[in-house]
Design a protein around this ligand. Structure first.
Ligand code: XMP
Length: 500
């Protein structure tokens, strides 16, 4: 049973799903065009969005939505769609409300247990001026605009309860989820693992599944989960492209210890050969992606597999299904895409509906050690996107050693677990220095550490100076090729987390 969120392109849509899952209730995001009832909906939320109901290309609400008894909550643009659908009037407001706004609440189950005045986060230009017939206003803003209304089990609010700036926002969502939709908090990682294991068994039956292990958290956890379901019907393949961290190389051994045999393929020579002379970041990513598929395909063909296992997680899945018109490709993400059609494989994506923190909780449920679960994310193209300019084996070795020193210092100082992601980047420029009594001319290395919730936005992490000093001294002391170290102090946006 679930709460469905129909996405109209709001930047907060994913946040809504997270908030509801944090309440122990399963929630999914669907594109408005793909929405269809399947009988498991306890309630439907219509998200906000950047459009106006008077845009030429506005959305029509699915008629089916109101032929049922399933409760509906419209937020912001979702509220305006409801108003329009039932014959109310929405106007481009003379007053736009953006940011903190005082809202007075009147009687509604949605606002039970909440003070009669709250500060809420608004972001709208259009305003509902006249309510549809029979609907009752349940809140007004400090500008005397309609901030909420309802009719039977249809509720609408102009402000964003999912945003932390809205006082009692989570309580309002809880009222919708538990009091109006009558949901039960049954979504736990234990129940997820149990149901997925059953589901994988029933899909795969006695067939074979191949999967690529990258050393990262997602692909490893999905491997352990699937192995729990189908044992040695799963064939995990680990392709070493020469651009992995030291810690990634340990993963096949770690899995062996818990009874999972991984086929290790060292293809690093081929990757370095193909990367020769390439400096353009997108070209690097594409080359690695294509070479990866080529190597993996060759291996995979020797097994008579029917399925390909992938560690796709929710943000990737939403990204490709989103309604938002503004989503543009920033970087091409690398996975084994393209293979399923070429090899006639069916895709198995058991953690497709999980957020990163949920994937980690599944890992915990599966008994993986904390040190493994808390590892920082690592991009598919690996160290290649952290070596600016041409990638060579020599540079990869230098960067790998620097990354290892950085990681060890952060772990030792208790800082590693406080950071979303920390890594080193090897620049193509060199810098003059003195080592011993001689002039040196070494590489510049940048250190990046960021705080983030899901990698979509990030702020640079304020590492204590004594730790920065230790990192710098150790790296320059132990790696003679590195002559200078700088610290990256940019947020995302405007920059991205990775450098390429
Ligand atoms: P950016 O650099 O886009 O990174 O701000 C956001 C998060 O995504 C990771 N990342 C990738 N992960 N394949 C992946 O699996 C990729 O190609 C890729 N590129 C970036 C990045 O490490 C950060 O956590």
């Amino acid at each position: 049973m679930k709460i469905v969120i129909i996405d109209y392109g709001s930047q907060y849509t994913q946040l809504l799903a997270r908030r509801i899952r944090e309440m122990g209730v399963f929630s999914t995001v669907v594109n408005s065009k793909d929405f269809k009832f399947d009988g498991t909906e306890l309630g439907v939320i219509l998200s906000g969005g950047p459009m106006s109901v008077y845009d030429e290309e506005t959305f029509e609400l699915p008629e089916e939505l109101f032929n049922r008894t399933v409760p509906v909550l419209g937020i912001c643009y979702g509220m305006q769609l409801i108003a329009k659908r039932f014959g109310g009037r929405v106007e481009r407001g003379e007053i736009s409300e953006y940011g903190f706004t005082k809202v007075s609440l009147s009687h509604s189950v949605l606002f039970e247990g909440i003070p009669s005045e709250i500060t809420a986060w608004m972001s709208h230009g259009d305003t509902v001026k006249i309510l549809p017939k029979g609907f009752v206003q349940t809140a007004k803003s400090q500008n005397d605009l309609i901030a909420a209304f309802e009719y039977k089990n249809i509720h609408a609010i102009q402000f964003h309860p999912e945003v932390a700036h809205t006082e009692h926002g989570t309580d309002i969502l809880k009222n919708f989820v538990f009091k109006i939709c009558k949901a039960q908090p049954q979504w736990t990682m234990e129940s997820f693992v149990d149901s997925k294991v059953k589901e994988i068994k029933s899909i795969v039956k006695d067939k074979k599944v191949i999967g690529a292990i990258s050393g990262g958290v997602d692909s490893t956890i999905v491997t352990v989960l699937t192995s729990k379901a189908i044992g040695d019907h799963l064939i995990p393949i680990f392709v070493n492209h020469g651009l992995l961290r030291i810690e990634d190389m340990e993963v096949p051994k770690d899995l062996k210890r818990i009874g999972i045999d991984v086929k290790v393929v060292d293809a690093s020579n081929l990757f370095f050969e193909r990367l020769k002379g390439i400096e353009d970041p997108e070209k690097k990513r594409k080359t690695i992606g294509e070479t990866f598929i080529e190597v993996f395909e060759k291996e995979a063909l020797s097994y008579d597999a029917e399925f390909l296992l992938q560690g796709t997680i929710y943000p990737d899945a939403i990204e490709s299904a989103t309604t938002s018109k503004s989503s543009v490709k920033i970087k091409s993400h690398h996975n084994v895409g393209g293979l399923p059609e070429r090899m006639n494989l069916k895709l198995l994506e058991p953690i497709r509906e999980l957020f990163k923190d949920e994937v980690r909780r599944v890992g915990k449920e599966l008994g993986l050690p904390n040190t493994f679960i808390q590892r920082h994310p690592f991009p598919g193209p690996g160290l290649a996107v952290r070596i600016i300019g041409e990638v060579t084996r020599e540079k990869a070795d230098i960067l790998r050693s620097a990354d290892d020193i950085l990681t060890k210092v952060l772990i030792e100082k208790g800082e590693y677990s406080k950071i979303w992601q920390a890594f080193a980047v090897l620049l193509s420029s060199r810098s003059v220095g003195v080592k011993g009594d001689a002039r040196s001319y070494g590489y510049v290395l940048a250190i990046r550490a960021v705080d983030s919730v899901d990698g979509m936005t990030a702020s640079w992490h304020d590492l204590p100076h004594d730790i920065l000093k230790e990192i710098s001294t150790k790296i320059t002391g132990q790696i003679p090729e590195i002559g200078r170290i700088v610290y990256d102090i940019t947020d995302k946006p405007p920059s991205t987390i990775e450098w390429e």
